[in-house]
Ligand binder design. Structure first.
Ligand SMILES: Nc1ncnc2c1ncn2[C@@H]1O[C@H](COP(=O)(O)OP(=O)(O)OP(=O)(O)O)[C@@H](O)[C@H]1O
Length: 228
C-alpha cells in the first residue's frame, strides 16, 4: 500500500527532516509513528498526502508515484485517502453535515448518494443527531468525530492521522481510538503519528519509531518505547 525507498527530505532552510527512510506498509495495517519532538514524524506523514515532497528517493501510495506526481494530480491522490489532524481543520462556515458532504460534492456524486453516504458515516461516528450544528458548537471530541467522518466518507484505502488525540482529554481520546479501530476493522490502512504512550502500549499495533529522520525501530505489536 505504502512504499518508501531512501526518502530524503531537506527543507529550504537546510534542515534534513528525513534522512533516507525505507518502509513498506501493507493494506489493512494499523501503524503508529512515534518519536521525540522534531524527529520527523509530521514530515513523514505529510509526504503521504503530498503536503511535502521528497528531495530525493522514491515513494508510492497505492501504486501512485508521489515523488513525480504532478501538482494538478494531487487532489486526485487526496480523494483516495483520508487525512485527520490534531486541530480538526473543519470548515467553520459549514455545518457538520456540510463539512462531511463537501468531500463528496467535490467529486460530483449525485445528491441522493451524497445524503445517504453522509448520514451513514455520521451515524457510524455517533453524530447523526448533530448534523445541523456548526463546528463552534461542538466539543473537541465531537469535532474530531466529524473530521474522522469526513476522512472516511470517500471510502479511502488509507487514513492518515497526525496526532488525532493530541487536543483531547484522555477519555475522549480512547473514544476516538475506538473509532479508528472500527475503521481499521473494515480493512482500511491506518497510519497515525502520536505522542500518546498509554494508547500505544494498550491498543497494540505495529510501531515505527523515528529519530533524527531515520527509522530506529519497527516492531509489530511494539510498545511506545519513550518516557512520554
Ligand atoms: N516547513 C518546514 N520548514 C523547515 N523546517 C521544517 C519544516 N517543518 C519541519 N521542519 C523541521 O524538520 C524537523 C522535523 O520536523 P517534524 O515536524 O517532522 O517533526 P515531528 O517529529 O513531527 O515533531 P513533533 O513531535 O514536535 O510534532 C524539525 O527539525 C523541524 O524544525
Amino acid at each position: 500500500m505504502i512504499q518508501m525507498k531512501n526518502v530524503y527530505k531537506k527543507y529550504p532552510n537546510g534542515i534534513v527532516a528525513l534522512n533516507g527512510l525505507n518502509v513498506e506498509i501493507d493494506q489493512g495495517e494499523f501503524v503508529y509513528v512515534v518519536g521525540p519532538s522534531g524527529a520527523g514524524k509530521s514530515t513523514f506523514i505529510k509526504m503521504m498526502y503530498r503536503e511535502e515532497r521528497p528531495t530525493s528517493g522514491q515513494m508510492f501510495v497505492d501504486g501512485i508515484d508521489l515523488a513525480t506526481l504532478k501538482n494538478k494530480k494531487v487532489p486526485m491522490l487526496r480523494r483516495q485517502m483520508g487525512v485527520v489532524f490534531q486541530d480538526f481543520k473543519l470548515l467553520p462556515r459549514l455545518n457538520v453535515y456540510e463539512n462531511v458532504a463537501f468531500a463528496l460534492e467535490v467529486i460530483e456524486e449525485s445528491p441522493s448518494r451524497i445524503r445517504e453516504r453522509v448520514l451513514d458515516v455520521l451515524d457510524m461516528v455517533g453524530l447523526k443527531h448533530k448534523a445541523r450544528m456548526f463546528p463552534t458548537e461542538l466539543s473537541g471530541g465531537e469535532a474530531q468525530r466529524v473530521s474522522i467522518a469526513r476522512s472516511i466518507v470517500n471510502k479511502p484505502k488509507v487514513v492518515i492521522a497526525d496526532e488525532p488525540t493530541g487536543n483531547l482529554d484522555p477519555e475522549t481520546a480512547w473514544d476516538i481510538m475506538n473509532l479508528f479501530e472500527k475503521i481499521n476493522a473494515t480493512g482500511t490502512t491506518i497510519l497515525m503519528a502520536t505522542h500518546n504512550k498509554e494508547i500505544v502500549n494498550t491498543i497494540r499495533h505495529r510501531v515505527i519509531a523515528i529519530e533524527g529522520g531515520l527509522i530506529v525501530r519497527d516492531v509489530d505489536g511494539g510498545d511506545y518505547g519513550y518516557e512520554s
